[in-house]
Design a protein around this ligand. Structure first.
Ligand SMILES: *[C@@H]1O[C@H](CO)[C@@H](O)[C@H](O)[C@H]1NC(C)=O
Ligand SMILES: *[C@@H]1O[C@H](CO)[C@@H](O)[C@H](O)[C@H]1NC(C)=O
Ligand SMILES: *[C@@H]1O[C@H](CO)[C@@H](O)[C@H](O)[C@H]1NC(C)=O
Ligand SMILES: *[C@@H]1O[C@H](CO)[C@@H](O)[C@H](O)[C@H]1NC(C)=O
Ligand SMILES: *[C@@H]1O[C@H](CO)[C@@H](O)[C@H](O)[C@H]1NC(C)=O
Ligand SMILES: *[C@@H]1O[C@H](CO)[C@@H](O)[C@H](O)[C@H]1NC(C)=O
Ligand SMILES: *[C@@H]1O[C@H](CO)[C@@H](O)[C@H](O)[C@H]1NC(C)=O
Ligand SMILES: *[C@@H]1O[C@H](CO)[C@@H](O)[C@H](O)[C@H]1NC(C)=O
Ligand SMILES: *[C@@H]1O[C@H](CO)[C@@H](O)[C@H](O)[C@H]1NC(C)=O
Ligand SMILES: *[C@@H]1O[C@H](CO)[C@@H](O)[C@H](O)[C@H]1NC(C)=O
Ligand SMILES: *[C@@H]1O[C@H](CO)[C@@H](O)[C@H](O)[C@H]1NC(C)=O
Length: 612
């Protein structure tokens, strides 16, 4: 009797396993990455990074539990590359995270790298190149993880994926902007905005049916507002985390963020409704008169009926009120993490260095690549791995111990908002000010307001979790997560321009466990040899004396005392205007100068030499 019960249970278990083993498959892609030509905005042909001769790039689709294998060949000829799988935890496979000089060497032309990892997460992700500034050249696309157990599976009839992005006409390598002639650090202004790599698209819908829309901002810089005229929708997922269905009408989607929404179609087929994407023009230092900030697509009920353009003006867009992601509740109702074991308190500032160019800092450190990828320093360092000095001063390393509760307090000494991303984790968003909406820019009227733990607001019981989160202008954001994923994880602003200005730091999580579990392929080390990048030693590639960092890569020197950002701005603008007259001023935009002057004043605050 008992044995037959055991036998039955065993058979059930075998069946379950068989079912799951059959379910979990390997999805393999062979990618030849080469330059191709594209013209997605209809304005100009340009070189973009294609895969197997195609652009837009292939959408990667897997089922939860699958192994993804991507054999990537760098056929670009003139550029190093890599792929980051944005939002993937890479739990046990840190070396597959794709961040150049963090977890691998850049893959040089003519070399290959095989990305190989399992995916036990749900939802909407994307992939992009993570070597220098390469993804705005087109190397980015959606990655969708289908989940047969998603709670909303029976709530829709069909799904669509829509990417949104900014678009530049020049190759990124030709945009020289971290220079003395751009001392305010004004970010390059895009020439166009794309929806799904085109200028508009129609989503055919049938009356009464429901649709799942996966929205991904794959842009390099600009956040987008999103709404559908005369329709509300329900948010069901943010950045791979299911949320309780939450009614909304407007979203604000920063670069690298994802929202998945359910839209119910109307019953009538009389007209088509604009799906509207509007760039957040507050982020732009100047708005060229020919830059169209809005892109209209349609929920298409009737192919032959009119497809009306949305009416949208700059002042209208700045008064849109998006749903506040702090108000979303994860479907799994994971509770607020306990008080932290470790607090990382960092402040964003923008400042000029001795070359006159504008850089970005977390606590006075502008991230500068080490000579050895930080993961490879860990793996070669033996018993020095828990000494943060070996990772170099300018990677801004912080060591996390296994399973610590970590709190990051991110203060913003800058007047712009910054979408930060943490690799390898979702984090709980536990406090942020100002909130989205009418008061988002309120702190610009005074000094930056840093987070004050003694007057903390009450934290949410079930805080929203995501992997990319917005730090408000001159405000703050407080995050918590558990260090349960040994690895080297980059924490950085996802505005690609700011990353190249150094707005990043590395978290060295559980280095001893990492040494035990991480296996690096010989192919990965071959790439280092071909690229001429050392793969052993501390940040200065010293394998003899681990505490000797001489020769490490350093950020540009600080300005000599007496020099100020304001002074440089004034000097450059007076010189340049002498040569070029007003052309230069109108190019970078007088409003930009005003905004950046404010920032300058903040940076110089408390400095004895705050005068020009
Ligand atoms: C990649 O594509 C280029 C251009 O089509 C071709 O010359 C090259 O042989 C391809 N390489 C591989 C490894 O497929
Ligand atoms: C991917 O990794 C798995 C597990 O380590 C291994 O068994 C498999 O051979 C790898 N596949 C490729 C194509 O490298
Ligand atoms: C968006 O673009 C991808 C890649 O080209 C395509 O597979 C997908 O069907 C497009 N989505 C819509 C809604 O057109
Ligand atoms: C992933 O999907 C499973 C099954 O649908 C669900 O239980 C889990 O909560 C989801 N994870 C997240 C982070 O939403
Ligand atoms: C469409 O009609 C059905 C059946 O009459 C109704 O249940 C549903 O709520 C209607 N949908 C909308 C969006 O009005
Ligand atoms: C929005 O798009 C319309 C139609 O293309 C255009 O006329 C208008 O100038 C755009 N508005 C903005 C603020 O870019
Ligand atoms: C679609 O639109 C056309 C043009 O407005 C109209 O003549 C036709 O009746 C509509 N079809 C349906 C099914 O509503
Ligand atoms: C940054 O540098 C300034 C000037 O040297 C110093 O006063 C300040 O304490 C530093 N801030 C941090 C967080 O290290
Ligand atoms: C590290 O290990 C070496 C031998 O492998 C030993 O000589 C040295 O003292 C150890 N250093 C530390 C800091 O524990
Ligand atoms: C405020 O912060 C303190 C110290 O970090 C903590 O003990 C307390 O629980 C926090 N209060 C709330 C309401 O979260
Ligand atoms: C990583 O995997 C371990 C178990 O192997 C688990 O305890 C931990 O929660 C995972 N972390 C993440 C971020 O997935």
């Amino acid at each position: 009797m008992a044995s037959s019960v055991v036998g039955a249970l065993l058979r059930v278990a075998t069946l379950l396993c068989l079912f799951q083993c059959i379910q979990a498959k390997t999805v393999t892609y062979d990618w030849n990455v080469t330059w191709v030509t594209a013209n997605p905005d209809g304005m100009t042909d340009r070189k973009v990074i294609g895969i197997n001769g195609q652009w837009p790039l292939p959408v990667v689709e897997v089922d939860k539990g699958d192994r993804l294998v991507v054999n990537m060949y760098n056929g670009l000829g003139n550029k190093d590359t890599s792929i980051h799988w944005h939002g993937m935890f890479q739990n046990g496979t840190n070396g597959m995270d794709g961040a150049s000089m963090v977890t691998q060497c850049p893959v040089p032309p003519g070399q290959s790298f095989t990305y190989n990892f399992t995916i036990n997460q749900n939802g909407t992700y994307w992939y992009h190149c993570h070597t220098n500034n390469c993804y705005p050249d087109g190397y980015r696309q959606a990655l969708i993880v289908h989940d047969k157990d998603a709670y909303f599976n029976d709530m829709y009839d069909k799904e669509y994926t829509l990417t949104m992005s900014d678009w530049y006409h020049e190759l990124i390598e030709d945009i020289k902007w971290i220079t003395l002639t751009n001392p305010t650090g004004a970010e390059p202004v895009p020439q166009a905005f794309l929806i799904n790599d085109t200028t508009s698209t129609s989503l055919p819908v049938k009356p009464g049916e429901s649709y799942l829309l996966r929205l991904i901002n794959v842009g390099a810089f600009v956040a987008q507002y999103f709404y559908i005229e005369d329709h509300t929708f329900k948010i069901v997922e943010i950045d791979g985390v299911y949320t309780e269905p939450t009614e909304a009408s407007t979203l604000y989607i920063a670069v690298a963020q994802r929202y998945t929404i359910l839209v119910e179609a109307k019953n009538s087929t009389e007209k088509n409704y604009p799906i509207v994407m509007v760039a957040d023009s507050q982020l732009l230092d100047t708005i060229p008169s020919d830059l169209q900030l809005n892109v209209t697509s349609w929920l298409e009920y009737n192919k032959t009926a009119d497809h009306p353009q949305a009416v949208m003006k700059v002042d209208q867009s700045s008064s849109l009120v998006p749903v506040d992601d702090m108000s979303l509740v994860p479907y799994d109702r994971m509770e607020l993490l306990p008080e932290p074991d470790l607090t990382i308190d960092v402040t964003v500032i923008m400042q000029n260095l001795a070359d006159g160019a504008g850089y970005a800092f977390l606590n006075n450190i502008s991230y500068t690549k080490p000579k050895v990828p930080t993961l490879y320093s860990v793996l070669s360092s033996g018993n020095y791995s828990d000494n943060d000095e070996i990772y170099g001063e300018f990677t801004h390393p912080t060591i996390l111990e296994k399973n610590q509760v970590v709190e990051i307090i991110l203060n913003n000494g800058d007047t712009g908002s910054h979408p930060f991303h943490l690799h390898g984790h979702n984090v709980q968003l536990i406090d942020r000010a100002p909130a989205y909406g009418a008061h988002f820019y309120d702190y610009l009227n005074g000094d930056p307001v840093p987070y004050d733990p003694s007057t903390n607001d009450s934290f949410p019981q079930y805080p929203p979790r995501r992997d990319t989160f917005i730090l408000p202008p001159q405000g703050y954001l407080v995050l918590r997560f558990v260090a349960d994923n040994p690895g080297i994880w980059l924490f950085h602003c996802h505005i690609d321009w700011h990353l190249s200005q150094g707005l990043a730091m590395v978290l060295v999580e559980a280095p001893e466990q990492l040494q035990e579990q991480e296996k690096v392929s010989s192919q990965a080390y071959d790439n280092c040899r071909v690229a001429g990048v050392p793969y052993e030693g501390n940040a200065a590639a010293n394998t003899e004396d681990w505490l000797d960092l001489s020769g490490q890569n350093r950020q540009v020197d600080w300005l000599p005392a007496g020099f100020t950002t304001k002074g440089i701005v004034a000097m450059v603008f007076s010189c340049v205007s002498a040569f070029l007259g007003m052309a230069f001023i109108s190019f970078y935009g007088a409003s930009g100068i005003e905004a950046k002057k404010k920032e300058t004043a903040i940076v110089n605050e408390g400095s004895a030499s705050a005068s020009s």
